[in-house]
Write a protein that binds this ligand. Structure first.
Ligand code: GLP
Length: 241
């Protein structure tokens, strides 16, 4: 594991964008695993700048997002479909047909999750998977639990995640109670993993996930066993590590 302490959010975002940009330059047909949340917004802005300045070409890139709320349609402003269009897809030349986000609008969870896992497999797997981290150590929407989910699955969101994410909804009652997410096994199969975290609110979980024991009660801790992980955090998020 490479643990990089960036000066601040802007520096974290630029360094993370550089890693993703390097993958695209090395393989213009690469498969990107993407994440939502506030943390990666800055790095998406950087990738858009790289596209606008002619540094990056997304025309051959395929993407798979980690997760999506169950029950939100693709145009819902809090859906991850919407987030990705707003922060990246509509601003670069990626072919929309090559972008994938779990289909939260499909009420048939088993079918939606199986189809997603199969689509990743059929594409040949993910070259670089971007991850944020939840305050409870979740990655994607894999919440602390007694074991590590292997495949894309439907999860019940914990109260702490619902409360944390309610800041983006009009009220906590509007936050969906479930989500479809790549499993921990799906994530661990990515050839390279990039984790970003910033702010003092993430300092304790960064310490626990990357320097504590590996346990499904801190889902991100499993990343310590991945052979190619880069964690980029700002100084505040690194403060307890
Ligand atoms: C959500 C997403 C995660 C994300 C986490 C942290 O729950 N499902 O993928 O990492 O929030 O979000 P933020 O970056 O806003 O702290």
């Amino acid at each position: 594991m490479e643990f990089v302490v960036a000066k601040d959010y802007a520096d974290m975002s630029r360094q993370a964008a550089d890693l993703i940009a390097a993958c695209i330059k090395e393989n213009p047909n690469c498969k990107l695993g993407l994440a939502t949340g506030s943390t990666p917004e800055g790095l998406y802005d950087e990738l858009v700048v790289d596209f606008e300045t002619g540094e990056l070409d997304f025309s051959g890139v395929t993407s798979f997002n980690l997760d999506e709320y169950r029950g939100l349609d693709h145009d819902h402003e809090q859906s991850y479909h919407y987030f990705m269009r707003k922060h990246l897809f509509d601003a670069v030349n990626i072919d929309p047909a090559n972008t994938h986000v779990p289909d939260g609008s499909n009420p048939d969870a088993a079918t939606a999750c199986r189809a997603y896992e199969e689509a990743i497999r059929a594409a040949g797997g993910i070259d670089i998977q971007l991850l944020g981290i939840g305050h409870n150590g979740h990655i994607g929407f894999n919440e602390p639990a007694a074991d590590f989910p292997k495949y894309t699955n439907c999860v019940d969101l914990t109260e702490s995640t619902i409360n944390a994410n309610s800041r983006l909804f009009d009220s906590v009652e509007e936050v969906p109670l479930q989500a479809y997410t790549m499993g921990i096994g799906t994530i661990m199969k990515a050839r390279k993993i990039l984790v970003v975290a910033n702010g003092s609110g993430k300092a304790a979980i960064v310490r626990d996930a990357f320097f504590g024991p590996v346990t499904p009660f801190v889902p991100a801790s499993i990343l310590q066993f991945h052979p190619d992980v880069t964690v980029i955090v700002d100084e505040q998020a690194a403060a307890l590590s």
